[in-house]
Design a protein around this ligand. Sequence first.
Ligand SMILES: [Ca+2]
Length: 469
Amino acid sequence: MNRREFLRTLGAGAAAALGRAAAQAQAAAPGAVPAPAAPAPAPAASAVRKPNIIFILADDLGYADVGCYGQQRIRTPSIDRLAAEGVRFTQAYSGATVCAPSRCSLMTGLHGGHAHIRGNREVQPEGQEPLSAESVTVARVLKDAGYKTACIGKWGLGMNGTTGDPNRHGFDLFFGYLCQRKAHSYYPEYLWRNGEKAPLDGKTYSHDLMAAEALRFVRENKDRPFLLYLAFTIPHGKYEAPDAGPYAAEPWPQVEKTYAAMITRMDADIGRLMALLRECGLDGDTLVFFASDNGPAKLDAFKSAGPLRGMKRDLYEGGIRVPMIARWPGRIKAAATSDQVWAFWDFPATAAEVAGAAWPAGGDGISMVPALLGRPQRGHEYLYWEFHERGFSQAVRAGNWKAVRNRPSQPIELYDLAADLGEKNNLADARPDVAAKMEELLKSARTDSPLFPIREPPAGKAAPARKKA
Ligand SMILES: [Ca+2]
C-alpha cells in the first residue's frame, strides 16, 4: 500500500486534509489520486515590484490570547484589524511546542521529524544548537531573489560565528537576541547587531528597541523588496513591562496586568508598523503574517489556549495550534476566515512563490499562496511534530484524526478533532484500525537524529500529566 492509498483508508478525515477542492475532486472520481492543485501564478509575476513580506512572530502567545481568536480581557486592536483586513486561519500550526525547533521549521521548511534542530539544545555560555551550514533558509532564497532581508528580535538558532549565525543564512541585518535564554530578560545588558554586541544600560525595554528597528528597516528599504522576520519576544516570561498600560486600574494580580500590558504594547507596535506601510504607500505591496511560535506558557488567567487542550510543551492542540493571520490588501480578501490546515514549515515555500523564487524540492512544506488568495489549495497528507524534553513525544494529524504519544513505551492516544477539539475522548481502543495507521505515520514521518535521540523520560519523571492551560 502506498502512502496515498494508506491515507485514503483513513477515510473522510484524510480527505479533509487534502483541502476542500482536492477533496471534492477525490469524491468525484473515487479511487483517483487527487492531482495537486495547479500552482497559482506567482503574484510577483505581473507586479511592478516584488511584494515585501513581513512575518511577525510572537513568543508563547496562546491561540486565544488575542481578541480575534476569542480573548475577552487583553486588548489587541491592531492584531484584530489585521484579521479584519486579511484572512484569519483557524487551523494553522507552529513548527514545534517550544521556541528553537519551531523557528527552525519556519526558516527551513522542515518539520520536526526532518529538521536539524528539534529541541531547545542549550550551548554555554550563550546560545543554542546552531543551524547546520547546509541548511537552506527562506532568507537565503529571498536574498538570492533580490530581497533585502532582516531578522529583528529573537533568533535562537545559533550564535554569531557559528554555522547558525543569521548573517550566514541570508539575513543582511540581524538585531536582537541571538540566544533565546538571554531573552528571558527584557532589560538586557546588550543585544546583538550583525555579530557585534550593542551595549545597553540595562534599563531599556528591549522590545521597544526591536520595534523601532523594524520601523527603521522598513523606512530604509521602502523602495526595494524586503523580507522582515520580526520575532518579538512578547509575551514570553519573565513577565516584565515598563508599565501596566490600560490595565493599571484593573483589580487583577500584578502578573496578569503585566502579561496583558506586554501583549497590548506589542499590538500597538504592530499598529505603528501598519501605519508606516500605509504612509510609505506599501500596503498593497506587502504581505504581512502574524503568528506565535508555540502555545501559552503559564497563565490560566486569560484562558490563553481557548478551547484547546494543553499548553507549551504539550503536543495537544494547545501547544501547537497558533493564531495565524495574513494581510495583503488587494490580494487577500478582507475579513476572511480559513480552516486550511497548514504549518510553519509551509512558510518558506509560500514566501518563495510570492517572491517569484524557487524553493528547493525535498522539504516538507507546500506553498499556501492559493489558500491565502482564496483559491483551491492542495493540503497536507499529514502534519507531524515531535518533542524531546521529558523523554520523547510525538503527534501526527491526518485529516481530522490526531494521534499523540507522550512517551515511546506508551500506546498512542487518538482523537477526532472534528468532534472533539478539546482532545478529551481517546478513541484508540474504539478505532484500532485508525490507531494502527497513525502509528505507522509516527514511524515513517521521521528520520533519526543523533542530536535528538529517542529516549524514555528520566527515571522518576513521569510523562506529562499536565493540568490544562
Ligand atoms: Ca516560544
